[in-house]
Design a protein around this ligand. Structure first.
Ligand code: ADP
Length: 327
C-alpha cells in the first residue's frame, strides 16, 4: 500500500530507508534520534560526524549499519514557536527533501516518524497533517510505499474537529450489530438445504443457463467504465485509491476479479462516487455498507460530506482502530 500509518518502533522497520528526526549537529540526541543511533551502533555516529551538520528543513543520507533498513535519512525539523515562524513550510521541506533523497537512492519503501512532534513541540495533529499532505502529493507522481510510524498511540490525536464530528456521526448511526439483519446475513443463517431448495424452485435448470448469460456488469467492468466516464487515467485512479499498480493490473485483466471490501471502497473513493454508486460498486464485489459497524459509518460519513481524500479517511479509520483503505 503506498501510504500506511502504522504503530511501531521505527528502528524495527524492515524498509529501504528510515527517516531520523535529527538535530542540526547530526550527532545524535534524545527521542527517535537517540533510539536510531543506539540501534544502529557507533558506525552511524562516525559517518554522521563527517557530514558537518544539516540545516533545518534539509536532509542527508547515511548507511543504516546494524538497523534492518539500508539507509537512514537524517532531516532536521523546525522547533514549534507558535506556528508563525515558517514552521509549516520547513516541516514540509523535511518530508519533501527526505523523499527526494529516498528516490535518488532507489528506495521502494520508506518509514517516517512524526518529525518535530516530540521535543520540538510541533502539535501532533498538525504534524500528521503536514506528513500526510506532502507524502500523498509525492505519491501521486511516484511509486513508493511510505509508512508514517506512530510510536505512541496515546499521544496520537487526529484533528479535534474532525474527530468529534465523526464520533458524533457514529453515535447517531451506530446500531447494535445484533439488531441489523442484512439480506446477506439472513441468507447465511438459513439452513443450507432450504436455500438450495428455494433457489432450485425459483429457477429451473433450463432457465439457469439463460440467467447466467445475463450476468450484470462485474466489479472490474464497472471500475473501468467509471474510469473512462471520469476521463482520468488508470494511474490517477489507483494512486488516488492508495492501491499499487500490480493489484490494479490484476483487476484490469480479470473480469471476474473479487476485490476485498477495503479495495472496493478505495476505488469508489478515488472515483468520487456518490453513496448510491458506491453501494452499487460494493454489491458487485459481494459487499454492502451497513450501520452495524463503525468502518462502514466512517466511510459513509466521508462520502456524504464529499470528502474523498483517502489519506484523511485512513487517518480517521486508524484513530478508530479500523482497517485502512487500499491494497
Ligand atoms: P523532534 O525533536 O523532531 O520533535 P522527537 O524524537 O522528540 O523529535 O520526536 C519525534 C516523534 O518521534 C515523536 O512523535 C515521538 O513520539 C516519536 N518517536 C520517539 N521514539 C520513536 C521510535 N523509536 N520510533 C518511532 N517514533 C518515535
Amino acid at each position: 500500500m503506498p501510504l500506511e500509518i502504522v504503530r511501531n518502533d521505527i528502528t524495527k522497520m524492515n524498509v529501504d530507508a528510515i527517516v531520523n528526526a535529527a538535530n542540526s549537529t547530526l550527532l545524535g540526541g534524545g527521542g527517535v534520534d537517540g533510539a536510531i543511533h543506539k540501534a544502529a551502533g557507533k558506525g552511524l555516529l562516525m559517518e554522521c560526524i563527517k557530514l558537518g551538520g544539516c540545516k533545518t528543513g534539509q536532509a542527508k543520507i547515511t548507511d543504516a549499519y546494524k538497523l534492518p533498513a539500508r539507509f537512514v535519512i537524517h532531516t532536521v525539523g523546525p522547533k514549534w514557536k507558535g506556528g508563525n515562524h515558517g514552521e509549516k513550510s520547513l516541516l514540509e521541506s523535511c518530508y519533501r527533501e527526505s523523499l527526494a533523497l529516498a528516490k535518488e537512492h532507489n528506495c521502494e519503501t520508506v518509514a517516517f516518524p512524526l518529525i518535530s512532534s516530540g521535543v520540538y513541540g510541533y502539535p501532533k495533529d498538525k504534524a500528521l497533517r503536514v506528513a500526510i499532505d506532502v507524502i500523498s502529493d509525492f505519491l501521486l507522481e511516484n511509486d513508493m510505499t511510505v509508512f508514517i510510524v506512530i510510536f505512541d498511540k496515546a499521544a496520537y490525536k487526529i484533528s479535534e474537529k474532525l474527530f468529534s464530528d465523526i464520533a458524533e456521526y457514529i453515535d447517531d448511526n451506530y446500531v447494535d450489530a445484533h439488531t441489523d439483519y442484512s439480506r446477506e446475513s439472513m441468507r447465511m443463517k438459513m439452513p443450507m438445504q432450504s436455500v438450495m431448495a428455494a433457489d432450485f424452485c425459483e429457477c429451473r435448470a433450463s432457465d439457469l443457463d439463460s440467467k447466467l448469460k445475463q450476468l450484470d456488469e462485474s466489479f472490474s467492468q464497472m471500475l473501468l467504465r467509471k474510469i473512462d466516464e471520469k476521463g482520468i487515467t488508470d494511474a490517477e485512479c489507483y494512486k488516488k485509491a492508495n492501491i499499487d499498480r500490480k493489484l490494479f493490473s490484476k483487476i484490469r485483466s480479470d473480469v471476474n476479479y473479487k476485490p476485498s471490501k477495503t479495495t472496493a471502497i478505495a476505488f469508489a473513493v478515488s472515483l468520487e462516487l456518490s453513496l448510491e454508486e458506491t453501494e452499487d460498486m460494493l454489491r458487485k464485489a459481494g459487499f454492502a455498507l451497513s450501520h452495524s459497524n463503525k468502518f462502514d459509518i466512517i466511510i459513509e460519513y466521508f462520502i456524504e460530506n464529499g470528502n474523498y481524500n483517502i489519506f484523511e479517511i485512513n487517518e480517521v479509520l486508524f484513530a478508530f482502530d479500523q482497517k485502512l483503505l487500499g491494497a
